[in-house]
Write a protein that binds this ligand. Structure first.
Ligand SMILES: Nc1nc2c(ncn2[C@@H]2O[C@H](COP(=O)(O)OP(=O)(O)OP(=O)(O)O)[C@@H](O)[C@H]2O)c(=O)[nH]1
Ligand SMILES: [Mg+2]
Ligand SMILES: [Zn+2]
Length: 331
C-alpha cells in the first residue's frame, strides 16, 4: 500500500493510510484510513495482500479527506513521481500569461503527448486561459491566494512522465517575509524552478536587488542537497517589446538548440539589464541554470487597450518546460 495522494489545497502529499475519513456519529472524529482498515496480523501471517483502504472507505460510503479538511478525490492519487515546477517572479512580470501559453503550447507542439488535468484543474485553468485565448483580453492580476493546478503527462507508450504541479499566485507574495503554510509545503515538493524576469524592466541595478531578493527568499531554508536537485530556468518574458532592439531575443525563441547555443549572449543581455548578481547566485548554487526568452503574445501590442488586436501566437513558451523535463526536441 504505497499509494500517495496530492492535495491541491495544502500541497501535502499523504500516504494512503494517513488520509482522514469522515466518521460515523458513533465513532471518534478524524480517524485515519490506516487505523480504520488496518492490514491485520492474520492477513500478514497468511501472506494476504493488504486491501486498499481508500476503496474500502468508498464502499462504506465514507468521504476521504486530507488533513487540511479538503476532500481527496480518487484522481489525486499519484501514480508517477511528482515534479512541482514553481513559477516565481515579481508582480506583473508575466507569470500568468506565460503559464497559460506554456500549457497551451505543450498540447500544440507535442502531438504524441497530452496533458490531463487532475481534480478541478481543467475547469479552473479554462476559466483563466479563456480570458486571453478566447476573449483576447489580459487576465486580471492574480490574487494572493492564487490557483493550484496539476496535470498528468500522457503518451501512447505509457512512459513514466512526472505529474506536473503549479501554483500561480500574485507576485507580491514572493517578496513578503511570511508565506501561508500551503506555499511552504509547495516549495518543499520535489521539482524545479522557473524564475520569470520581467523583460519590460531594463532599469538597471534595481532589477538585481528585486529579483535576487525573491530568489533568496524562496531558498532561505534550503540546504546544499535542495540546490543540487533543482534546475533553474531564468525566463525573460515580454521579449516582443525588445526584439527590434535585440534580435537575439527572437532568435532563441525558435528552438531549445538555439537557446542552448546562445547562452553566453543571453547572459550578457541579462548583465546589461542589471541582473549580474542574480546570475552569479544562480550559477553558484543551482544544479543547472539556463536562460530563456519568451513572448506569450508573439507580437508587441501597438496600444494599451484592454483588447488585443489579434490572436496571440506564443513564442518560446514551451522551451523552459522542455529543458526542465528533458523532453526531446519535436521533429
Ligand atoms: N508585450 C507583452 N506584454 C506582456 C506579455 N506577457 C505579459 N505582458 C504584460 O504584462 C502584464 C502582466 O502579465 P501577467 O501574466 O498577468 O503578470 P503576473 O506576473 O501574473 O502578475 P501578478 O499575477 O500580478 O503577479 C499583462 O497584463 C501584459 O500587459 C508578453 O508576452 N508581451
Ligand atoms: Mg498572475
Ligand atoms: Zn490538504
Amino acid at each position: 500500500m504505497n499509494d500517495k495522494y496530492l492535495c491541491l489545497n495544502c500541497w501535502r502529499i499523504s500516504h494512503v493510510n494517513d488520509l482522514i475519513v469522515k466518521s460515523h456519529w458513533y465513532e471518534p472524529p478524524g480517524g485515519r484510513l490506516g487505523d480504520l482498515y488496518p492490514h491485520t496480523f492474520w492477513q500478514k501471517l497468511w501472506g494476504l495482500a493488504p486491501k486498499d483502504p481508500y476503496q474500502l472507505a468508498n464502499q462504506n460510503g465514507r468521504t476521504v479527506k486530507c488533513k487540511c479538511g479538503q476532500a481527496m478525490p480518487r484522481c489525486a492519487k499519484l501514480s508517477n513521481k511528482l515534479s512541482a515546477i514553481r513559477i516565481i517572479g515579481p508582480k506583473n512580470s508575466g507569470k500568468t500569461l506565460f503559464l497559460i501559453r506554456m500549457i497551451d503550447s505543450f498540447n500544440q507542439e507535442f502531438k504524441e503527448m497530452a496533458l490531463r488535468g487532475i481534480c478541478e484543474t481543467s475547469q479552473h485553468f479554462e476559466k483563466v486561459s479563456s480570458v486571453l485565448l478566447k476573449d483576447k483580453r489580459w487576465p486580471e492580476p492574480t490574487s494572493l491566494t492564487g490557483e493550484a493546478y496539476a496535470w498528468r503527462i500522457m503518451d501512447a507508450q505509457s512512459a513514466q512522465h512526472p505529474v506536473l504541479a503549479f501554483h500561480d499566485i500574485g507576485g507580491k507574495i514572493w517578496e513578503q517575509e511570511q508565506r501561508p503554510k500551503n506555499l511552504t509545503n509547495y516549495l518543499a515538493l520535489p521539482g524545479h524552478l522557473i524564475f520569470v524576469l520581467d523583460g519590460a524592466r531594463m532599469d538597471g541595478e534595481q532589477n538585481n536587488i528585486d529579483d535576487l531578493k525573491i530568489l533568496e527568499h524562496i531558498t532561505e531554508n534550503w540546504n546544499k542537497q535542495d540546490y543540487n536537485n533543482t534546475k533553474l530556468a531564468l525566463v525573460i518574458t515580454k521579449a516582443d517589446i525588445l526584439w527590434h532592439q535585440y534580435p537575439l531575443l527572437q532568435e532563441v525563441c525558435e528552438s531549445l538548440s538555439k537557446t542552448v547555443d546562445k547562452q553566453d549572449d543571453l547572459k550578457q543581455f541579462l548583465r546589461q539589464s542589471g541582473r549580474n548578481t542574480l546570475i552569479i547566485f544562480a550559477e553558484r548554487y543551482f544544479r543547472d541554470t539556463y536562460i530563456f526568452a519568451t513572448s506569450s503574445l508573439g507580437f508587441c501590442p501597438k496600444d494599451n487597450s484592454e483588447q488585443l488586436e489579434r490572436q496571440p501566437e506564443p513564442l518560446g513558451t514551451f522551451l523552459p518546460l522542455q529543458w526542465l523535463l528533458d523532453i526531446e526536441e519535436p521533429v
